[in-house]
Design a protein around this ligand. Structure first.
Ligand code: NAD
Length: 492
């Protein structure tokens, strides 16, 4: 929290969006938002308080009765309008994402597209929200089940997908008749500010969606507030666990998605000519700041040497720079602090005896001397006991951990507490089947490097990568945001 922004007159302080209006946060504390490619402050996030959360919950509570009584297809119409606005402003939205987060414009476009797809799936609510019924469960008695909204739902987002992750929740929550409070990451609040403008333009009634900017105080207030019925969280494992425990302790329905350490297994029979692009993209796409990013490359047997050489070649071919510039294939990491953290892991890797094959510490981008760049990095001979072999780095660092058999690779994955995503590269159906069956991670790629379920399938991991029952988007979202009410009737 530097004071730099406070003195720069052109740097905007963000407001909260409550009851259909932009209002000042009740705080004197702010977080500086940076453009990580240039290292400049581009905004100030207010670190809102429990009082701001309360104001948002009151607005959402007030809006709930009329919104839940609004016909479901009318609610869906609002989403069609929002989609249209997002399509019209697609490139603008992607540019905001690149500016606040650092990923390349292509990556940002991909993430905005994924966000729009969530809106499209949620707009299917008239079909997907339906209940079910059975007549004559006893003589003259019928039973029917309807799905009803819960009330006020809240979502807390991480920094790595500023436009997409909030869309995992917002459209599903409101189309099912809930009202909503969103807390974006304080590091990347700008695309969600734009989103609120779209919702307003789409004639969403005031109070149906509210946005409270801030950090941990807002998160804790959301967990504790008695007016909130459901909480969705995406972020690191320790905070996911905290939110799950605190939210469920307060009697809420909670889904909390945590961190990852993803294993990418390469079988000796893998078609590397066709796979290397996907493998490299898994490790270095979005500068490794993806919960689905490959972290450990696990070559089996004799393929070790070739997989290593090809990964080194791919890493060296990447062009690091400002994601808005043409030709750049990898942007900076999110912040100076995170850069230090990733560099710290590279130091630890060296100190622990891993073999550094490509060293990203020296990455320099001449026309962006103050950007938070880390170059693609490759370590070989990494063991799971090393920090780089065990902890989530969340940066462009690939660790190669060779093993002899597929069973060993699976055992390696099983021994890790996280279980988000994993991939296998092979031409053997049998190996793929074995792997997929026994993988602890619940998002599995077969010859796919980033196993990201589309908006109509469930998204989420297992073990310490996911706390809760119902996953994100797809049919699970309709389960999460509704209560099943059963009516049993007899008419005389
Ligand atoms: P983070 O846990 O630091 O922050 C996430 C959210 O929690 C933010 O809104 C932040 O304001 C809040 N927060 C941070 N510290 C807190 C605390 N002590 N108490 C209460 N609230 C707190 O995560 P991040 O750095 O923004 O995002 C990166 C992490 O998110 C990585 O671990 C990544 O794997 C994970 N992630 C997971 C998924 C998934 O689907 N499982 C998706 C995206 C990101």
């Amino acid at each position: 929290m530097s004071s730099h922004a406070a003195t720069a007159p052109d740097v905007q302080t963000l407001d909260n969006f409550i009851g259909g209006r932009w209002v000042k946060a009740q705080t004197s504390e702010f977080f500086d938002v940076h453009n990580p490619a240039v290292g400049e402050v581009i905004g100030r996030t207010p670190l809102s308080t429990a009082a701001d959360v309360d104001a948002a919950v009151q607005a959402a509570t007030k809006a709930f009765p009329a919104w839940r009584d609004t016909p479901v297809n009318t609610r869906a119409q609002v989403l069609y309008k929002v989609k249209q606005l997002m399509e019209q402003h697609f490139d603008e939205m992607a540019r905001i994402v690149t500016t606040e987060h650092g990923k390349t414009l292509d990556e940002a476009r991909g993430s905005v597209r994924r966000g729009i797809e969530c809106i499209e799936v949620a707009a299917g609510a008239p079909s997907l929200m339906q209940g079910f019924a059975l007549e004559d469960i006893a003589a003259g008695i019928d039973c029917h089940v309807v799905r009803q909204p819960l009330g006020v739902a809240a979502a807390i987002a991480p920094f790595n997908f500023p436009a997409m992750v909030p869309m995992w929740f917002l459209p599903f929550a409101i189309v099912t008749g809930n009202t909503f409070v969103l807390k974006p990451s304080e590091q990347v609040p700008l695309s969600q500010r734009k989103m609120m403008d779209f919702l307003q333009k789409a004639d969403l009634p005031p109070g149906v969606v509210n946005l409270v900017n801030g950090g941990s105080e807002v998160v804790n207030a959301i967990c504790d507030h008695p007016g909130i019925r459901a909480v969705s969280f995406v972020g690191s494992t320790p905070v996911a666990k905290h939110v799950y425990q605190r939210g469920t302790h307060a009697g809420k329905r909670v889904q909390a998605l945590g961190g990852a350490k993803n294993f990418v297994v390469v079988m000796p029979d893998a078609d590397l000519d066709r796979s290397m692009g996907a493998i490299s993209e898994s490790f270095y796409g979005c500068a490794g700041e993806r919960c689905l990013a490959g972290s450990m490359l696990v070559p089996i047997g004799e393929v070790h040497k070739e997989a290593r050489e090809r990964l080194v070649e791919s890493a060296k071919a990447l062009k690091v720079g400002d994601g808005t510039q043409p030709g750049v294939t990898m942007g900076p990491v999110i912040s100076a602090k995170h850069r230090e953290r990733v560099l710290g892991y590279i130091e630890k890797g060296v100190a622990d005896g891993a073999k550094l094959l490509v060293d990203g510490r020296q990455a320099r981008v001449p026309d962006r001397p103050n950007g938070y760049f880390v170059g693609p990095t490759v370590f070989d001979e990494v063991s799971p006991t090393m920090a780089i072999g065990h902890e989530e780095i969340f940066g462009p660092v690939a660790s190669i951990c060779p093993v002899k058999t597929l069973d060993e690779a699976i055992a390696l994955m099983k021994s890790h507490p996280n279980a988000n995503a994993t991939s296998i590269f092979t031409t053997s159906g049998k190996a793929a089947r074995e792997f997929s069956k026994h993988a602890t991670a619940s998002m599995v790629g077969v010859n796919i490097g980033v196993a990201a379920p589309m908006a109509y399938f469930p998204f989420g991991g297992a073990k310490d990568s996911f706390f809760g029952d119902l996953k994100v988007h797809g049919r699970d979202a309709f389960e999460f945001y509704t209560d099943k009410k059963v009516t049993i009737s007899r008419w005389f």
